[in-house]
Design a binder for this molecule. Structure first.
Ligand SMILES: [Mn+2]
Length: 386
């Protein structure tokens, strides 16, 4: 049994107002070529198909044409898709019966839990697709789905799909909301013993968890500058038979438009713009690396950077080749101060003090911290409100 494991395609991402549908289409063409080469039995896409719950018509067309091309590259392959936290399950599942005709199973919470049998008892497998649900419900849903699969699996290997943060993973290289803790789930030992492989989505940096029983394939395209420094691709997984360990190798997916942070060391705005100008004349997204302690950004910094970017317009596309996107402002002095802030969860945001919310926002955006006078003014306003 051979499968391609991938996740977190985030089709339809608008990246600093640049549409990334062409990049998504190229990524899917690469996966079609990999499928034609590898001739796998299965393609598993473990959630976050779209970047937003309301993908544009262009994003939906990119997805439909890409998946169809992948199917045509290896028509005998079965594709299983689960919805992720970025997807609208009802929107993703709207045409699921039509997709079934092309060998594509789209599984959303409304139809979760049903195992999918692929192939025969000797060479096939049972796929257990568990789409994203809030972490409090996920453990129970996984346990029930896996025991349903065990009743019918016979000698077939059992492959679980989930879109969750599993305990023991590393968040290094995954861009997520700063200061907000992930909602982790634990996968109980009965499930770990019953399944042969867990194809995870949600975390964008490829890694194995649960001593290699489970893996995040990672996203085939980086969706943030902080995700650009490691290799992105898909996993080719081989499972000889039930009870034997899976072997995994990563096949890289080429990146059409790189995400660059320049220069390597933080500096002034002028130096950073010069570094952008000195990049080779190919299309790229650029984040300027600024030393905020010694070179605070002037008020028109964004306009200066955009002007330099606009000077690189490619007449063929009418878009800049060097696409200024953002600043990465390093403020070590301030970071030392902010490191005292505890980690909070989403629900904590409703209960914490409003000045703490402001402090977190300021430290996140690289703005100067509140002065004692400003604290006083805010406290006066708040006490007048109460
Ligand atoms: Mn994702």
């Amino acid at each position: 049994m051979k499968l391609i494991h991938t996740a977190d395609w985030h089709i339809g991402q608008s990246f600093y107002n640049y549409d990334r549908c062409d990049e998504a289409a190229m990524m899917m063409r690469s996966i079609a070529a990999i499928a034609a080469d590898e001739r796998p039995d299965l393609l598993l896409i473990s959630g976050d198909i779209f970047h937003t719950a309301m993908p544009s018509a262009a994003a939906q067309r990119t997805w439909a044409e890409g998946v169809l091309a992948i199917h045509e590259a290896c028509p005998t392959m079965t594709t299983v898709v689960i919805s992720g936290n970025h997807d609208s399950p009802s929107r993703l599942g709207a045409y699921s019966r039509l997709w079934h005709l092309a060998g594509v199973h789209i599984v959303t919470p409304a139809m979760a839990g049903k195992p999918i049998m692929v192939g025969d008892e000797e060479t096939g497998a049972v796929v257990v697709p568990v789409p994203f649900v809030p972490s409090a419900l996920a453990g129970e849903m996984i346990s029930r789905a896996v025991s349903a699969a065990r009743e019918i699996s016979g000698r077939r290997p059992i492959i679980l799909m989930a879109h969750q943060a599993v305990e023991g993973l590393s968040l290094d290289g995954h861009h997520h909301l700063p200061d907000v803790a992930m909602d982790y789930i634990s996968i109980d030992s009965a499930v770990q013993d019953a399944v042969d492989y867990i194809a995870l989505g949600h975390i964008h940096k490829p890694q194995e968890v649960l001593a290699g029983k489970a893996r995040y394939s990672g996203s085939p395209l980086p969706v943030h500058f902080d995700e650009a420094y490691y290799s992105h691709g898909v996993d080719i997984v081989t499972i000889d038979r039930h009870g034997e360990p899976a072997t995994v190798r990563q096949v890289p997916v080429p990146l059409a438009v790189p995400l660059l942070t320049v220069p390597e060391a933080p500096t002034s705005l002028d130096n950073a713009i010069a570094a952008m100008n000195n990049l080779p004349d190919t299309t790229c997204y650029v984040r300027l690396h600024i030393d905020g302690d010694n070179h605070p950004l002037p008020l028109d910094a964004k306009q200066q950077a955009l002007n330099a970017s606009q000077a690189t317009i490619d007449p063929a596309t009418d878009l800049p080749r060097k696409r200024f996107s953002d600043f990465k402002v390093v403020r070590e002095a301030q970071a030392a101060q902010a490191s005292g802030l505890r980690e909070i969860s989403v629900s904590d945001i409703e209960t914490i003090d409003i000045t703490e919310v402001m402090e977190r926002y300021l430290s996140r955006t690289g703005a100067p911290a509140l002065t004692a006078d400003e604290h006083l003014i805010i406290n006066n306003i708040l006490s007048e409100q109460q």
